[in-house]
Design a protein around this ligand. Sequence first.
Ligand code: CP
Length: 317
Amino acid sequence: MKNFTCVQDIGNLKAAVDEALDIKKNRFKYVELGRNKTLMMIFFNSSLRTRLSTQKAALNLGMNVMVLDINQGAWKLETERGVIMDGDKPEHLLEAIPVMGCYCDIIGVRSFARFESKDEDYNEMILNQFIQYSGRPVFSMEAATRHPLQSFADLITIEEYKRTPRPKVVMTWAPHPRPLPQAVPNSFAEWMNATDYDFVITHPEGYELAPQFTGKARVEYDQLKAFEGADFVYAKNWSAYADEHYGEVLSKDRAWTVSDRQMALTNQAYFMHCLPVRRNMIVTDDVIESPQSIVIPEAANREISATVVLKRMLEAL
Ligand code: CP
């Protein structure tokens, strides 16, 4: 695998999950694979899980790791071509990227949607510039439109916990005080649509995701109806995608907060969230602390998904 930015890059999902479960039994099995290889992780945005789990994955594989927080200590970067650089940004991304590529073998990039231009976000301008100009294999640590390492970990978790071959998985919008990107829900939908699960998306009107991500999922505007018989509930906030409201918060309706009221309608569903989560906005204390909450094992599987992805990238060097 050269680059990893979306579900298509991982290939056969069953093979990927089998590989993940095998690595989980012995996460140091391939510790020789990354000897004398260096991973560079570039963060344009904050992180807890992605930073730690990806670094741990690289250590599992015997790699060296370098981390650069672009907004803390690096030169401020200009990202647009054609700009007269007489402002506060002394370096252009188009020089910085190939320079970073000189010092490593594989690059991970976190670069969220900026909500300045929907086209720029949905064209993945930053991530694609790394792919084009770094001269190195690149993987997404959450980009503007997708978070594939998270979605792969989510899939592994569902496969571990499912009680039926074809579970009903419900992704529900939930309220949040600030506008969040669509990357996590887009990506989760993309990965769920690549399975044969019964996949349902529920959200208030106006929060429709891009059609290429909604895909074959059933969309249900009545959250209570959507929750009926669910085996897994995946909660997430996202901002509006539609052109006229792109990146806007259209609702903070706390009737959508996942609570015992909705969970009682499910088939004793497991509760999932990628974290970080705002308690009593997205989900009540009672639900996230309940035995049905699997947010911690889900986060733990981030190490496993990252180990599989880095292993495959190392094998392709
Ligand atoms: N879920 C996730 O990507 O967490 P971080 O933003 O903390 O990395």
